[in-house]
Every structure is written in structure tokens, then in C-alpha cells.
Write a protein that binds this ligand. Structure first.
Ligand code: PMP
Length: 417
């Protein structure tokens, strides 16, 4: 009989030439459990997904309740699905104002300056959310040019690949989308590329796969200004940095800017698949005010995912999870700084979106392997392979942070021996 590992490798198509193929039987909170009493601290939250921990009881309860009512009904529009309504209403209020201020028709009879009038288009993943956002931007502005940032990751579809810059990732799939340009992240001089021809600029508010790169506040504010001046839509990709990861619900809140479109996924579903692009009701209306449909997604806004997402949002808000993030950040910083060991070259991050840099990919690979043996699951970044990804569930306690850092430091020591 073939082992489950062999069956997995034979029949589940792989995305990587060296899959870890770890067997996990159960996951709860910050832990994953395997056979023979194996237990790992999940220090990466399934890559920025389990922000409220694995199988949060309130998320499970919401899912179970919904399962007794209905699952899929119909591509949305045909039926009012209460989970979608409740989630979209709650999401609208998470923004400080109506998105896309400069595009609003304030004379419109439905316009109300006192409430956030935002709408959410639900999809299934981050890549699909990016896809929908750029379609909305093109359709709304009637322009074609799109601008992305160097070292960005927006997903794996053709459009998302086009907006990123990794040459080797793009090469086998050329030609990709036309009329795309790129600017250096966090470099003001490059903003002159944004003109009246640009439909949208898409930027990760904090770059994730680039290895946790935090822009200057002044950079994002100048970008915001340039977009407003040229009538360009500013899309913030909050797929990895949103939903509390940086210590604020949305990372853009750190920089005092308001984007025109926000894309989210990953942690949004509390472990269930969901993605979304969000904009003002007025901007979003252009997807439906024309006989040619704007975007279609059979499963977008799946009611089970929506209740899980709403429960996740409530856990973050009602349990005041974000209040302790700064303190937890400081503890990681203290325990994993270059001052702790010379093997650590740099500690970067914001909130609990962290990167610990080592001299090389080879060194980090050994540290990660030792961590796994010692009971901690970690990772590197797609475009920054000498840095360890640290993005634990936000519910991690200070005692657990100390335990996790102790494992990482021990793994470093074993690597150095
Ligand atoms: N944007 C960012 C910033 C991401 O980190 C990711 C996923 N790593 C995506 C988009 C794509 O999301 P998905 O894998 O759900 O398509």
C-alpha cells in the first residue's frame, strides 16, 4: 500500500519542486498537530490566513449555524443572501469614509456625506479580487494603462502576474496583459510615470512577498496625491497586510491615506475561502449599469465563507485583538534582533507582519528545517528567500512568543554548529 505521502505526491498536483508534505491531523489556535504527538507552532498563519487562529470557536459556530440554513443558492444577484448583506454592511463601516472621494458625484441624490457608502464585490481568492479590481478601474475610468510596483506579488492569474515583476515567473506565460508599466516601490521619483492615461496604480500597502517592505508615509501620501491629480484609481492590495495583520484593520490606516479600491482575501475568511474588492457604491455601480456584465463569480460571496468572515471581523473588533499587537511586535523585535545573534542580519516589520533576515537562502533553509524538528513551522518569502516569514495568529500570547523565539534561536544555534 502506498503511504499517504506517496499518494499525495502522485495525485495532488504540486506547485513546488520540493513540497514539505507534512501530515497535519488537526489545527487549533496557533498550533498544528501531526501523528505521534507531533505539535508545531504555526508562526506563519497558513501564510497570513489564520489571523484569529485555526478553527476559532466563534468562526466554527457561525459556519455550523449557516450550514443548517443553506449553502450555495445561485450566482449572486438573484437572491438576497443575508450573510453577504451583513458582511458587506460591516465592511463598509470599517473604512473611515466613502472610498474614492475624488471620484464621487456629490450632487447625486443618493449621496450622503455622513455615512460610508461603500460596496463589496465578493469573489473567492486574492488573485480574483485583484482581477476584479483592475476590471472595475478600467471600466470606470475608460482608460487602459495599469501600473504595478517592482517586487510586488498580486497573485497567480495572468492579470495578477502582469502587475508583478518577477521576470522568471512571467517568462513562460508571455505575452501577458498589454499596457502595463512598473514603478519602484517607495521611490517618489518614479511617480511621474502616472499620467492622465493611467487607469489605476495597484500597490501592496505593505509589500508581503518582497520580504515585508514598509513604505514611507510621505511616499504613499504623494502617490495618493498624484493619483487624485491625474484621475487615476489607487488600488491598495491588502490581501496579506489587511484584516489586522499590521495592528490596524487595514494597513493603509497607518499612512493616513484612503484608497479608491481595496482588495482583500486570505485572513478575511478566518480559514474559509473568500476574497473581495471594495469601492464606493457609486464607482461599483458601473459594473452593473451596462448590459454587458462587469464580473461574474459562481461561488463569490459563498454564504458559509461570508458568515465565517463576519465572525472573524467580530472577533478582531469585539475581542480588541489589535490593542496588543504593538506590544507583541516589540517582544518579537527584542527577542529576534541582530543584537540577539549575529546570524540575524535585520529584523523588519509592522504589527505582526515580520521578516527576519539571514545571510543566505541556504542558511535559512537549515534554520527552517531545525525549527520543524523543534516544533515550529516557518517559511521564507517568494521574492526574498533569505528572510524568515513571521506572521503568527494575532491571538498568540506573550508566553507563546517567547516559546516560539526560543525555538528559532535554538534552530539558529544548531545551524551554526
Ligand atoms: N496579493 C497579495 C499581496 C498576496 O500576498 C497574495 C497571496 N500571497 C495574493 C495577492 C494572491 O492571493 P491568492 O493566493 O488568494 O490568489
Amino acid at each position: 500500500m502506498l503511504s499517504s505521502r506517496q499518494l499525495f505526491l502522485n495525485h495532488v498536483a504540486q506547485t513546488s519542486p520540493f513540497p514539505l508534505a507534512l501530515e497535519v491531523h488537526n489545527a487549533k489556535g496557533i498550533y498544528m498537530f501531526g501523528s505521534k504527538n507531533k505539535k508545531w507552532i504555526d508562526i506563519i498563519s497558513g501564510i497570513g490566513v489564520s489571523n484569529v487562529g485555526h478553527r476559532h470557536p466563534k468562526v466554527i459556530k457561525a459556519i455550523q449555524k449557516q450550514l443548517k440554513k443553506y449553502m450555495h443558492l445561485m450566482v449572486y444577484g438573484e437572491f438576497i443572501q443575508t450573510p453577504q448583506v451583513l458582511l458587506a454592511t460591516a465592511l463598509s463601516k470599517t473604512f473611515p469614509a466613502t472610498l474614492g472621494e475624488s471620484f464621487l458625484d456629490k450632487k447625486n441624490e443618493n449621496y450622503n456625506a455622513d455615512i460610508a457608502q461603500n460596496a463589496t464585490y465578493f469573489v473567492n481568492s486574492g488573485s480574483e479580487a485583484v482581477e476584479g479590481a483592475i476590471k472595475l478601474a478600467k471600466r470606470f475610468t475608460k482608460r487602459t494603462q495599469l501600473i504595478g510596483c517592482h517586487n510586488a506579488y498580486h497573485g497567480s492569474t495572468h492579470a495578477a502576474l502582469s502587475l508583478g515583476t518577477s521576470k522568471e515567473w512571467k517568462e513562460p506565460f508571455l505575452p501577458l496583459l498589454p499596457d502595463i508599466d512598473h514603478i519602484n516601490f517607495n521611490e517618489e521619483a518614479h511617480l511621474s510615470k502616472i499620467t492622465e492615461k493611467t487607469a489605476a496604480v495597484i500597490i501592496e500597502t505593505v509589500q508581503g512577498e518582497g520580504g515585508v517592505r514598509i513604505p514611507e508615509k510621505s511616499y504613499l501620501q504623494t502617490l495618493r496625491k498624484k493619483c487624485t491629480e491625474t484621475g487615476t484609481i489607487l488600488i491598495c492590495d491588502e490581501i496579506q497586510c489587511g484584516f489586522g495583520r499590521t495592528g490596524k484593520l487595514w494597513a493603509f490606516e497607518h499612512f493616513d491615506i484612503i484608497p479608491d479600491i481595496v482588495v482583500a482575501a486570505k485572513a478575511m475568511g478566518g480559514g474559509m475561502p473568500i476574497g473581495a474588492f471594495m469601492a464606493s457604491q457609486q464607482m461599483m455601480a458601473c459594473l452593473s449599469d451596462n448590459p454587458i456584465l462587469g464580473h461574474i463569480s459562481t461561488f463569490g460571496g459563498h454564504p458559509v465563507s461570508c458568515v465565517a468572515s463576519l465572525a472573524t471581523l467580530k472577533v478582531i473588533q469585539e475581542e480588541k485583538l489589535l490593542d496588543s499587537i504593538e506590544e507583541k511586535h516589540e517582544l518579537f523585535k527584542k527577542l529576534l534582533s541582530p543584537k540577539t545573534t549575529k546570524a540575524i542580519k535585520e529584523f523588519r516589520g509592522i504589527g505582526l507582519m515580520l521578516a527576519v533576515e539571514f545571510e543566505s537562502f541556504e542558511f535559512l533553509q537549515k534554520v527552517i528545517a531545525h525549527c520543524l524538528d523543534l516544533g515550529l513551522l516557518s517559511d521564507w518569502f517568494l521574492y526574498c528567500d533569505n528572510s524568515m516569514r513571521i506572521a503568527p495568529p494575532l491571538i498568540i500570547t506573550k508566553k507563546e512568543i517567547k516559546k516560539a523565539c526560543k525555538i528559532i534561536l535554538e534552530a539558529i544555534q544548531l545551524t551554526e554548529e
